[in-house]
Design a protein. Structure first.
Length: 94
């Protein structure tokens, strides 16, 4: 699971804030990585995704979903530009 979070997901996460993929498209993108990670960790590749992305404290595996990560990264990007008061931040506020 560490390889998923630290390597594969980080590579995909880098460009996420700038994308406009739909939830369906992100699922299609993320599914091969998730299935391979699950298989390498001893889980069935068709393990229920609701448990794969559920927090560990609730009995899930705790993997991050790219759709949620993208939303958080976009908010972080927006807030950083607004706080810097640069031209991009000013245009986002108006």
């Amino acid at each position: 699971m560490i390889a998923y979070k630290c390597v594969a997901f980080k590579k995909l996460e880098y460009s996420l804030p700038m994308t406009t993929y739909s939830h369906k498209e992100i699922n299609k993108l993320q599914n091969p990585f998730t299935s391979a990670c699950l298989a390498n960790s001893g889980y069935h590749s068709r393990f229920p995704r609701s448990l794969v992305y559920a927090p560990e404290r609730y009995g899930g595996i705790g993997l991050d979903h790219m759709y949620q990560a993208r939303g958080l990264l976009q908010l972080k990007y927006l807030l950083s530009h607004i706080r810097q008061k640069d031209e991009l931040g000013k245009s986002m506020v108006c």
